[in-house]
Design a protein around this ligand. Structure first.
Ligand code: HBI
Ligand code: FE
Length: 293
């Protein structure tokens, strides 16, 4: 786990500011790194049409992200004109309170590095492709842009109430790994999925995972995997419904969450609205521990 101590970070990034942002210095990216971005972009566009939701594809189109690692000055100017959001460069993962503070002020923190060309399929930490290709197109959607700001504000409140792990589950099962119902069938919107070629196919088409109708308390009680495909995906009926569902005071909910069960990632409950009951045929394995030689 990378250091989350600003003094450590400052050794490697002397220009880091108190809010953990750093100058992007877009000119420092090499031709090879821009080529890695284009390779990742091309791979994703081979699987996302017909799988990602229209809102994601429309945002991607509007922000013109195909040519290489975007210059955050230009990207932020375009995005600000649409929903008031901007993209800021950070060295990597930042502490929760710093992250929430940025979201609450419509700033999305993006890792200022890209994965190595020889490991396109797995990243230890969110890089610029996961953060910008995965997260930023949905920030061009007004309702989702509002949801992300509300999430940031909720996070700052949750900190005080010791409810961070519940809120992190909400983020995980919507922002990172959410599915949405459409008249044409289920579609992807979660950033962790749409920035991964294999999971974009797995999440929609594998018989293995559960696909369960979104329920706020259910999601906040459900553990998730950080090192492999999800064992359950939660499905929202619309972004408006997600925003309405979560734009209320969580205080009472957090009090309720102090008691009662926590569910394993692959569990199915009697009250679940099952869109697909997984057959668990995919055996999760942890990337973190490389397979025995
Ligand atoms: N930091 N840069 C960065 N990006 C994230 O997505 C991120 C983070 N810090 C914390 C975090 N996500 C999660 O713990 C959220 O659930 C808060
Ligand atoms: Fe992410």
């Amino acid at each position: 786990m990378p250091s989350l101590d600003l003094a450590d970070i400052r050794r490697a990034h002397p220009a880091v500011r108190d809010d953990w942002t750093i100058p992007q210095e877009w000119g420092h990216f090499s031709a090879a790194e821009h080529e890695t971005w284009r390779t990742l972009y091309r791979r994703m566009m081979g699987v996302l049409p017909g799988r990602a939701c229209d809102e994601f594809l429309a945002g991607l189109e509007k922000l013109k992200l195909a040519d290489g690692i975007p210059d955050f000055e230009t990207l932020s100017a375009d995005l600000k004109a649409i929903t008031g959001w901007q993209v800021v460069a950070v060295p990597g993962l930042v502490p929760d309170d710093v992250f929430f503070e940025h979201l609450a002020n419509r700033r999305f923190p993006a890792g200022n590095f890209i994965r190595a060309a020889d490991s396109l399929d797995y990243i230890e930490e969110p890089d610029v492709f996961h953060d910008v290709f995965g997260h930023v197109p949905m920030l061009a959607h007004p309702v989702f842009a509002d949801y992300m700001e509300a999430y940031g504000k909720g996070g700052l409140r949750a900190e005080g109430l010791g409810a961070l792990d519940h809120l992190a589950r909400l983020y995980w099962y919507t922002v990172e790994f959410g599915l949405i119902e459409t008249p044409e069938g289920l579609r992807l919107y979660g950033s962790g999925i749409v920035s991964s070629r294999a999971e974009s196919v797995h999440a929609l088409e594998s018989p293995s995972p559960n696909r369960i109708g979104f329920d706020l308390e259910r999601v906040m009680r459900t553990k998730y995997r950080i090192d492999d495909f999800q064992e359950s995906y939660f499905v929202i009926p619309s972004f408006e419904a997600l925003f309405a569902e979560t734009y209320k005071d969580f205080g009472a909910l957090y009090a309720k969450l102090e008691h009662g069960p926590t569910h394993e990632a692959g569990e199915v409950l009697a009250g679940d609205r099952m869109l697909h009951r997984g057959d668990r045929s995919y055996r999760p394995h942890s990337h973190a521990a490389p397979p025995a030689a």
